[in-house]
Design a protein around this ligand. Structure first.
Ligand SMILES: Cc1cc2nc3c(=O)[nH]c(=O)nc-3n(C[C@H](O)[C@H](O)[C@H](O)COP(=O)(O)O)c2cc1C
Length: 206
């Protein structure tokens, strides 16, 4: 299986390689060939991710170049006041690792959509908030993996203290709740070692 036919002219790897090769890359640098048209192609694939009852509560905002940098400047300014003084320098360095990339995808969930689904299907009222997060997770995974398939490094972040300022800057509906951020670009680090549980402890076949 391959994304290749959908990505005319863009280097693309197969699904299995993208899923197993995807890592958290938190130190980014600019990727020379990444541009908005390429990211738009990827996002058009990613929005096919499923959602409960096909409610499609996920919303995405993509910030490129100067706006991407402005986002991480905002995060630096905000978090410098929020975190303990002794941790500020290393946290700022971490945020700079995101800022040095090309762009950031912001993941939102539309609470108005969730509310309408709760009204429409009261028997599942309590499940819709969870399902909204599941749907967002599907979008996040699809985005991360599709970026990896195109040779673009990324990580998943939760600097949600900047939600209000972001909404004001981009005139985002109050019903969109910020869930996560995915800064992307070229990798400027080797991913950290990670351990993996034994397959047999995780998966059972009968
Ligand atoms: C739901 C979820 C939330 C995460 N939140 C963060 C985060 O806020 N910051 C971060 O640097 N990594 C975050 N991660 C990345 C995980 O730490 C990482 O995926 C995990 O350690 C496995 O490493 P890998 O991504 O390199 O395979 C998150 C991952 C998931 C799935």
């Amino acid at each position: 299986m391959s994304f290749a036919t959908e990505h005319m002219g863009v280097k693309s790897t197969c699904f299995a390689d993208a899923v197993t090769g995807r890592r958290s890359i938190r130190k980014l640098k600019r990727h020379a060939s990444v541009n908005q048209a390429q990211i738009d192609k990827i996002v058009r694939i990613v929005v096919n991710a499923p959602s409960a009852y096909n409610m499609q509560s996920g919303r995405l905002v993509v910030l490129m170049d100067d706006e991407h940098e402005a986002l991480w400047d905002l995060a630096k300014e905000t978090y410098a006041k929020l975190i303990p003084q002794e941790k500020v320098a290393s946290f700022m360095e971490r945020l700079d690792g995101f800022r040095r990339g090309n762009g950031t995808v912001l993941f939102f969930e539309d609470e108005e959509t969730i509310r309408r689904m709760q009204e429409k299907i009261p028997a599942n009222k309590d499940a819709f908030v969870d399902w909204s997060h599941h749907g967002s997770g599907m979008l996040q995974f699809a985005m991360w993996t599709a970026l990896c398939a195109d040779g673009i490094a990324a990580s998943l972040q939760h600097v949600n203290a900047i939600e209000q300022q972001v909404k004001e800057r981009y005139h985002i509906s109050p019903s969109w709740k910020m869930i996560a951020q995915m800064p992307f670009g070229a990798s400027d680090e080797e991913p950290v070692e990670k351990s993996t549980l034994d397959y047999a402890d995780v998966v059972k076949f009968y």
